[in-house]
Design a binder for this molecule. Structure first.
Ligand code: PLP
Length: 386
């Protein structure tokens, strides 16, 4: 470091453990990587073509900080189609992906000394945002069971205090695939209303669900002025992780300030990408159906293989594109993952990266070709000695 005095929150930032293991793979050829939250297929042509067209048409200038009006309109129609809800334009902000939406929301809510509760195992980035703002984090772990993950909602409520500003939950969850049930969803919204605590409902995996069109959303039960922020993204639904494009739905009365905050973070998302996002929404449903179907097949294939392996047990889930598995006598999940990469060239994410409740698990992303999954499963099986 230079002699500059940097903020302690900045100096304390640490890398995510997923990255630490994943980076090992950069130097080892022929690793089967099932560690990162994305597919091996790139964005479909009809979306890429729309971006190229828009760029060539000169959609290359600064634009609306809350997103171009046509994309906001397309998002209104999209939510109407999925959830039969009518959103007003002022509640929508297009962002530079889900990550940027989460950061902006946390910037708008969290001051030093505040705390944020997260349902865990949890995607770690949200907690890093809170720490950057000088807040602290608390986890309420889901409990793993034969039939999936279970939230004790009373424990979640009991974890709050007078400095709690936000309850964060991803539903469907990363890494668990857990989906909040209807009564907990309603109880949580009631609690947040009474206590004036914001809910950040991270719904970026809402289309990756295998028994319906979209996972239940907080938008279906909320009023426009409720303390609710819903985060979503183009990354997972349309395989656009590298594009960095997402959106948030916010309470009506914060819209003007949020628009300014986005302006001072990014000046708004790229207009040619937003033009392509409209095409993704309006013309992409058939493609999404096929993509979800591919993930469904990957899930079935991997589950079948894992269930036939000694020492392995899996917590079932009906959503996301992850599975959490436990391996007998695994020990520390980070060390285990490193050893697996080095010795068997198979990459999984260590559960410890996702906080309490994740430590005894490994996360596997099955959004990959069957060929790759088969190779990965063969290597895992060999590594486990069965
Ligand atoms: C739960 C969750 N939320 C948000 C994101 C952010 O996605 P993006 O920034 O690509 O939109 C991710 C990415 O893995 C995620 O798993």
């Amino acid at each position: 470091m230079t002699g500059l005095e940097m903020r302690p929150e900045f100096l304390k930032l640490r890398d995510s453990e997923i990255r630490a293991v994943w980076q090992m793979g950069f130097t080892i050829p022929d690793v089967v990587g099932l560690w990162v939250g994305e597919s091996d297929i790139s964005t479909p042509d009809f979306i890429c073509d729309a971006a190229t067209r828009a760029m060539k048409e000169g959609k290359t200038f600064y634009t609306h900080q809350r997103g171009i009006p046509e994309l906001r309109q397309a998002l209104i129609e999209y939510h109407q189609m999925l959830y039969n809800v009518t959103l007003t334009d002022d509640r929508i902000a297009v962002t530079s992906a889900g990550m940027n939406a989460i950061m902006a929301i946390v910037q708008s809510l969290v001051s030093p000394g505040d705390n944020v509760i997260g349902v865990s195992p949890v995607w770690p980035n949200i907690f890093r945002c809170v720490e950057i703002m000088g807040g602290s984090t608390r986890e309420v772990p889901l409990e793993p069971g034969q039939n999936g993950w279970f939230l004790d909602i009373e424990k979640l409520f009991a974890a709050t205090d007078h400095r709690t500003r936000v309850i964060y939950l991803a539903t469907p969850g990363n890494p668990t695939g857990w989906v909040i049930n209807d009564s907990d969803r309603r109880a949580l919204l009631d609690f947040a209303r009474k206590r004036n605590i914001a809910i950040i409902a991270d719904e970026v995996y809402n289309r990756l669900i295998y028994n319906c069109l979209a996972s239940p959303s907080f938008l279906e039960i909320a009023e426009p002025d409720d303390p609710l922020f819903v985060v979503n993204s183009f990354s997972k639904t349309w395989c656009m992780t590298g594009w960095r494009l997402g959106w948030m739905i916010m309470p009506r009365n914060v819209s003007t300030q949020m628009e300014r905050l986005i302006g001072f973070n990014t000046s708004g998302a790229q207009p040619f990408l937003q033009e392509a996002a409209i095409v993704a929404i309006r013309e992409g449903e058939e493609w999404v159906r096929q993509w979800v179907d591919r993930c469904r097949q990957g899930r079935v294939f991997v589950l079948e293989r894992l269930r036939n392996m000694n020492r392995v047990s899996v917590i079932p889930s009906e959503a996301s594109f992850y599975l959490m598995l436990r391996i007998e006598e695994m020990g520390d999940s980070i060390e285990f993952c490193k050893k697996m990469v080095e010795e068997a060239k198979i990459g999984l994410a260590p559960g410890a990266a996702f906080g309490k409740g994740g430590e005894n698990f490994l996360r596997l992303c099955y959004a990959q070709s069957e060929l790759k999954l088969a190779k990965g499963m063969d290597r895992l099986q060999n590594f486990l000695g069965n």
